[in-house]
Design a protein around this ligand. Structure first.
Ligand code: PRP
Length: 209
């Protein structure tokens, strides 16, 4: 059984991803859940986990230091990476949306759009035939319209709480997002049996929606 290295996203997706792996019968130690370790070896399963920032999972997989990874579709849409998407895990459901303050008077010139998804946002507005200026931020995107940095934002909406508590409204739904299992193409060739087995076990526990 070949050893596999899996890049796991720290943060929101982590818990659901760990639960799914356990449901699929992988024996993950308790330290998995509340450790500060960035590399966790699970010799019983011949697995090594790398705990990465969600936006970095694709980097580890593309460079082949992780064979597999769990990444949000938002990240996969934003960055064109040389990785294969193997399975929709149907966890961490949310969507990408355009939002802004209610009653914003549209500007005559190209409106400013704040986002941490500049490529997704540019493509979306180009397809809509609207000329915009993209402002790239790394987080707390909702701040931008509130302090006059941008007219609208493109961001992830999950429960909708962040928008609501900051007085913003959703204006357009861009696309639904879930987490995906991704693989490095070379790893897939070299470790196909092991990886297929993991995909089959996960497929069996993915919950249909
Ligand atoms: C994400 C997203 C929104 C929030 C949406 O931010 O960018 O701010 O979650 O979730 P909600 O609809 O359930 O309120 P995240 O917490 O990942 O941090 P960030 O601000 O650093 O992007």
């Amino acid at each position: 059984m070949s050893q596999v290295t899996i890049a796991m996203p720290k943060g929101r997706i982590f818990e659901e991803a760990a639960e799914l792996l356990r449901k699929a019968g992988f024996q993950l130690p308790p330290e998995f859940d509340d450790s500060r370790k960035l590399i966790i070896d699970v010799p019983e399963e011949n697995m090594r986990f790398i705990l990465a920032k969600p936006m970095d999972v694709t980097t580890y997989v593309e460079h082949g230091v992780a064979d597999l990874g769990i990444a949000g579709k938002d990240v996969l849409l934003e960055e064109e990476r040389d990785v294969y998407e193997l399975l929709d895990l149907k966890i961490s459901k949310c969507h990408l949306a355009v939002a802004g303050l209610p009653d914003t008077v549209p500007s005559d010139v190209a409106p400013k759009i704040a986002t941490k998804y500049p490529n997704v946002a540019s493509t979306y507005f180009r397809e809509q035939g609207e000329q915009v200026e993209i402002i790239n931020l790394n987080g707390s995107i909702e701040l931008a319209p509130m302090i006059g940095l941008a007219e609208r934002i493109v961001d992830i909406v999950s429960t909708g709480r962040t928008l609501k508590e900051n007085g913003l409204v959703e204006l357009e739904h861009i696309t639904d997002i879930t987490s995906r299992l991704i693989v490095n193409p070379v790893s897939y060739r070299l470790k196909d049996e092991r990886i297929d087995e993991i995909v089959q076990r996960l497929t069996a526990v993915v919950e249909e929606v």
